[in-house]
Structures are given as structure tokens and as C-alpha cells.
Write a protein that binds this ligand. Sequence first.
Ligand SMILES: [Zn+2]
Length: 239
Amino acid sequence: MNRSEFLRTTLGIIALSNTSMKPFKNYDPLILIGKGSPKLVGTSFSILPEVKVALEKMTQAAKNDGIEIKVVSAYRSYDRQKSIWNSKFVRFEKQGFKSLAIIDQIIKYSTIPGTSRHHWGTDIDIIDGSQTNKGDLLVSKNFHGSGPFNKLRKWMESSAEKFGFLKPYNQDPERKGFNYEPWHYSYAEKSIPMLNAYLELDAISLIKDGDLLGADLLDSKFIKTYLNTHILGIDKALL
Ligand SMILES: [Zn+2]
């Protein structure tokens, strides 16, 4: 099944009962959905070894220009993503949102567990560690104008690609899905094949996860749209 065939089919997100699932294109489906045990490196955060090598080169180059690339989030497991999802669900519910409106609020910035690029060990969220900032770090105003991470954003926009890192959630007005995230970068060489393998997982069914708040709202129609807008709503260079 190729990608367009996959997207035409009305499928759910992922198969979670997978003992019979075979590795696809050298990728363990469990790893692609954040439930496996990828070989990661790092202490304060975890990423694939190849990504670490490239990141270290980029970090050194940035340092020479007075910028301290600090990773605030890298690999995230399914369970970690689920706890983020559930806490946001509760928060938006308390704010008065109902049903799908809660989901719509969450998926402005956060993924449905099992669909995060952070499951792969290829993607990072970064700030400039040389700057002090109070409150939420990962908000776009911090990366623009007089924000503390404006210099980092500009440096990344001119230099990151040389080290293999691209920004999936860019400011392209044509792009759908997740909001603009100037802090999120992806190591293209590793994430492109993982996305392709992910999209062709053929044993996909809606999450049957009793602990996931709002799981009953994530029907096949919703998921089909979400895949098109959110999972494929990235910089075209990463497709
Ligand atoms: Zn991110």
C-alpha cells in the first residue's frame, strides 16, 4: 500500500495489539508509535545517535556565534505523550470547551499519542540557553521581535539546514495542521524514512486505550482528516 492508498482508506491511528506485526522497511512499528525501545543516546534528553552527532556539530557552530542551543524536549514515549494529552484535555475541559472542541484545542500544538514525531528520536525542541526567560518557553513570541530566542531563530533559519535539521511546522500559509513552532526541528535524514514507514503501517486501527481521554471522539473520519492536515502538514522538504 502506498501513501495515497493509505490516506484514502478510512483507518484509525495505530495498532496497539501488535505481537504479530512485522518490521516494516526496517522499522519496528512499535518504535514508530512510541511504544518500542529505540536505541537512544543522551543524558538530559534522548535522541538517536546519528541525530546527536549532527546536533553536537550544530551546537558548536552556534556557540561560536554566541548562541547556546539547549534541547528542552527530544524523544518522548507514547505514555509521556498520553500524559501531556490527558492533562491538556482536563485543562481545556475546565475552561469550558466541550467534546471535539477540546480535541481541536489540544491539536493546535500537541499530537495524539502514537502520532508524535517526538516518538522517533529525530526531533527536538530548542531554546537559547544563554537567555533568561520567565514563564512558558515554547511560545512563538519568544522567538520573534524582542523575544529572548529571536537570535536563535534567526541563526537556525540561516544555518540549521547545513547540519540536516529542518523545521516541520513552519510559517508557510499553505500549511495546515499544527501551529507554527519555531522551536521544533527535525533531523531530516532519519525522520523522512521514519515518516514514510509510519504512513504505510498497514495494521492500523483506532486507539483502544481506555486511559486516553476523548479516545471515543477519535473516530476513523477524524483520524483520516488529522493524518492529512496534521501529520502531513509539515514542511514539504520533510515529506
Ligand atoms: Zn516539538
